[in-house]
Design a protein around this ligand. Structure first.
Ligand code: SF4
Length: 331
């Protein structure tokens, strides 16, 4: 997979709010980013940080009311925010595909997986059924599904979760989409199966010419897959950077916490720092920096004023929303 600077998706000032009896929930609150052709962009953060709502907003799956989606999402020059449902259907599933977290719920138990893949092809591609079946079987083979012809005729319950997840990846590829959004594709799987699916995602990263948004709560899983990482916290993007630099030198205290939490999980028994507390509920966001109740470096100002994005002069391509970086370098 080759990155280029040609943008395929431009998100500007995206806000996705929900009206609830408890008040307005700011699930995604004024985020901006670009997805370039051929790149894998990871959106990382704990549950409830707004990653999946960002994905749903791009796919036009957030329903209004009671949801409100504002800002701009431009795909190949077309504005997606406010697009009519019939126009969205020509994009979603064809030019932008999704790999969901729960493979079991993504398939209808009453139909064979082959039939369900065929339905996707029928909806979006100009192929005859014979041609479509051939391409589906090729696609299954390309992601190392054993005996793809046999699997084509099987029902979802005859397969393991890992096998179904791989078939969902094949399903996302059938239409040769320009963007694939993979929402926690390994989270619902056993650890050993997770490794297999991650390997397939790595193969995809190498062979697929489109772009991928890879959503995960586990910063460690993005190291081998992503080109760039955006870290989300409480509806905001708090840090952006190329994957290697971000791993070598995390700038935001939250990113540092995510990295050290991972180390802590892997090396139980050692006394390493991790992030205390919980992500705030989106209808109870604290003033100032939203991370301040959990931040070991919080200052008085952090409790009052929300930090903007700073771009450290010595680190091109990186941004960090933290007062420690005001003036260009961490204090
Ligand atoms: Fe911590 Fe303050 Fe930076 Fe927020 S702005 S991450 S509270 S130091």
């Amino acid at each position: 997979m080759r990155e280029s600077c040609e943008s395929v998706l431009t998100v500007r000032n995206l806000k996705t709010y929900f009206r609830t009896p408890e008040g307005i929930v700011k699930a995604v609150d004024d985020i901006s980013f670009e997805l370039n052709k051929g790149e894998v962009l990871a959106l990382v953060g704990e549950s409830g940080c707004g990653k999946s709502v960002t994905a749903s907003s791009i796919l036009g799956l957030v329903k209004a009311p009671p949801a409100m989606v504002e800002g701009s999402i431009r795909f190949r020059g077309r504005e997606l925010v406010g697009m009519a449902a019939k126009d969205y259907r020509t994009i979603r599933g064809k030019q932008i595909s999704m790999i969901f977290q729960e493979p079991m719920s993504a398939f209808d138990p009453l139909y064979t997986v082959g039939y369900q893949l065929l339905e996707v092809a029928r909806a979006h591609m100009p192929w005859s059924d014979g041609e479509a079946k051939e391409k589906i079987i090729d696609s299954l083979r390309s992601i190392h599904i054993p005996e793809p012809e046999k699997r084509y005729g099987e029902y979802p319950h005859e397969m393991s979760g890992g096998m179904l997840q791989r078939i969902m990846i094949a399903m996302a590829l059938i239409t040769s989409p320009e963007i694939i959004i993979a929402d926690e594709p390994t989270t619902a799987l056993d650890v050993t199966i997770q490794a297999q699916v991650l390997n397939i995602m790595q193969d995809l990263q190498r062979d697929y010419s489109g772009s991928i948004i890879f959503i995960t709560h586990d910063l460690g899983t993005v190291a081998e897959i992503a080109h760039r990482v955006h870290v989300m916290y409480a509806g905001k993007i708090v840090e952006k950077g190329p994957v290697v630099e971000l791993f070598e030198e995390p700038l935001h205290p939250y990113t540092l916490g995510l990295l050290t939490s991972r180390v802590k999980r892997e090396y139980k028994g050692q006394d390493l720092p991790f992030i205390e507390g919980y992500v705030p509920r989106p209808n109870e966001l604290p003033d100032g920096c939203r991370f301040h109740p959990r931040c070991p470096r919080a200052m008085e100002r952090c409790r009052r004023e929300q930090p903007p994005d700073f771009e450290p002069a010595s680190m091109p391509g990186r941004t960090v929303a933290c007062w420690l970086w005001e003036g260009g370098d961490a204090e």
